[in-house]
Design a protein around this ligand. Sequence first.
Ligand SMILES: [Zn+2]
Length: 210
Amino acid sequence: MTADTIAGTAQHDEVLEPRGRTAFAVRAGETVRIVDLDGQQVADFVCFAREDPAEKLSVHNTALIQGTIYISAGHRLLSDRCRALMTITQDTCGKHDLFAGSCSEGTNRFRYGIADTPNCRANLERALAPFGIPLREIPYSFNVFMNVPIEPDGRISIREPISKPGDYIDLRAETDLIVGISNCPQERNPCNAFKPTRLRVVVYRAGEGR
Ligand SMILES: [Zn+2]
């Protein structure tokens, strides 16, 4: 099933332009679908418990408790209190990252010697400000479609994503949440194949979109 075939049932449907961002509330049972419209584009994804946003995604608990740094359909996003916040119900790509964090003013300055660049941390800060969530409370992200292989000897590298146009991931909310997404603006390494492009974000009501 493609996103287009079920667009009529969506209650939230937006296209994030290259370097764009969004944040919104979802209820338990709703599904957030992130579609890589043009291929090879990373979404930096975070979420918070709506009733108490101090409880938030923990990429560390997500990896440690499930025993893998490579999550896909059937895996969950766990909070810093080790509660399941979301479940991945569908995944047409299968290659995502829990390890690499988010690009920031600091990492871009350190690695590339440039200041005032668009970056995911700033994107998430701006997107989540209307929900009263400041930058210091925003956790490091689950990076949808990001390809960061970790070698047996511990070496890591950012590679171009393997996601093709139309690939998507579905994340079902297990509790009421606030979600933040940065359409990663990085263009100085292979994260987005050197060319930031569009993402589509759709939220389906419980029981729909499957
Ligand atoms: Zn980024």
